[in-house]
Write a protein that binds this ligand. Structure first.
Ligand code: PMP
Length: 397
């Protein structure tokens, strides 16, 4: 078959190969990016889907508007207002089939072959691949424990004149990092100064364990003059409610939103009306605060357990910042005591010991750090986390 040349720019991820091994019996997995299915609010979603069919059967089962189902858009706008985005109304966002589709629409709408896009190093792998598929040259800006280094970001903007910048400021995947308030302000000032669009991907912002994170760039843009026109925000119900619903959204300046809507029309016409009506009923019923409190508590316990176990079992052979939210530890093998510093080799040995994780190198668009690894604490229970970290220590010994 003669495939499109654009496919030469992407490859199936190395991570997929690893996932094939996860079916082995007895493996403890720190590898997935999935939320824990045991935490889905099945009862609440059953009731929401029942109401969707009882109250709006026509709308829930019929074709719908590409922009999304209006009652859901209204609920999502209210959800954002509750998180400090004061100037948002339902027409300021469209519903997408997961936030993954919002990213794809941004790629489709904005990227010409050869355009440059700046992302964090490391960042969400599917985004790198998606932007590359549209021909982007993807450039990495380094991060530290406080998220992207804004000084380096500005240098890269000046050097490369990117089409846009893609950031996961709150509990990034894979970094778990939280961009501080001051840096958030500076990112918005950069956007205005250099007239460059910033794409904020925020599927994890509600998953904080103790204190709430600083406001999203979208919320903060209301107090940084001129910056609101340079923010596109991708949200998702996947990590807090259910990824299978495939409900995400894109809030962006109106001209960009109109073009993204046009592209969506040719792609999937609209996001499942049944899923949208169910999500709308769920939000309307006011169940979200309790759901969020529950997932925050469970993931917070798992994160604390993993952090303590890593410090106890691996000591100075591993370096990491304790995540304050999200689903991931991002760590580096230090090589201390002559121990292994290559995360891919450790991943192979770890499978032999019965524990899986994802090496960090594929998450870098450029200059991979081969000592980095991502450990998810989302799906393993507390005992499994303790046991898995012990196995990891054996693999490293
Ligand atoms: N962005 C990031 C940073 C993610 O980690 C994910 C899911 N792993 C997505 C977007 C896509 O999520 P969804 O399409 O389910 O909303």
């Amino acid at each position: 078959m003669n495939f499109a040349a654009r496919l030469d720019k992407v490859e199936t991820s190395a991570i997929r190969e690893l996932f094939k091994l996860l079916g082995k019996p007895g493996i403890i997995s720190f590898a997935g990016g999935f939320p824990d299915s045991a935490m889905f609010d099945v009862e609440g979603l059953r009731e929401a889907s029942r109401l969707a069919l009882a109250e709006q059967p026509g709308a829930a089962l019929q074709y719908g508007a590409t922009e999304g189902y209006d009652p859901l858009r209204a609920e999502l706008a209210a959800f954002l207002r509750a998180k400090g985005v004061e100037r948002i109304d339902p027409s300021g966002l469209i519903v997408t089939t997961g936030s993954q589709q919002a990213l794809d629409l941004l790629g489709k709408t904005l990227v010409d072959p050869g355009d440059k896009v700046i992302v964090e190093g490391p960042t969400f792998l599917a985004t790198i691949q998606c932007f590359r598929l549209y021909g982007a040259e993807v450039i990495s800006a380094p991060i530290d424990g406080e998220g992207v280094r804004v000084d380096r970001l500005e240098e890269l903007i000046v050097q490369h004149r990117p089409k846009f910048i893609y950031l996961i400021p709150t509990f990034g995947n894979p970094s778990g990092a939280l961009l501080g308030l001051e840096r958030r302000r500076r990112v918005l000032e950069l956007a205005v100064r250099h007239q460059v669009l910033v794409v904020e991907d925020d599927p994890y912002g509600d998953l904080y364990f103790d204190a709430a994170p600083p406001p999203s760039l979208l919320a903060l843009s209301e107090s940084v003059p001129g910056s609101r026109d340079w923010i596109a925000y991708c949200g998702s119900l996947s990590k807090v409610l259910s990824p299978g619903l495939r409900v995400g959204w894109l809030a962006a300046p109106s001209e960009l939103l109109a073009r993204a809507t046009m592209c969506k029309q040719f792609s999937d016409a609209h996001t499942s009306t049944f899923a949208q009506a169910t999500a709308a009923q769920y939000l309307k019923a006011g169940r979200m605060p309790a759901t969020l409190a529950h997932v925050r508590e469970i993931y917070g316990q798992r994160a604390r357990t993993m952090g303590e176990a890593l410090r106890r079992e691996l000591g100075d052979a591993i370096a990491f910042t304790q995540p304050q939210g999200g689903l991931f530890f991002w760590a580096r093998l230090t090589g201390a005591g002559g121990k292994l510093a290559d995360a891919s080799e450790l991943a192979r040995r770890a499978i032999g010991e019965g524990v899986a994780f994802v090496p960090g190198a594929p998450f870098f668009a450029t200059e991979p750090d081969t000592s980095a690894l991502r450990l998810s604490f989302a799906t393993a229970g507390l005992e499994q986390i303790e046991e898995g970290v012990k196995r990891l220590a054996r693999a490293l010994a």
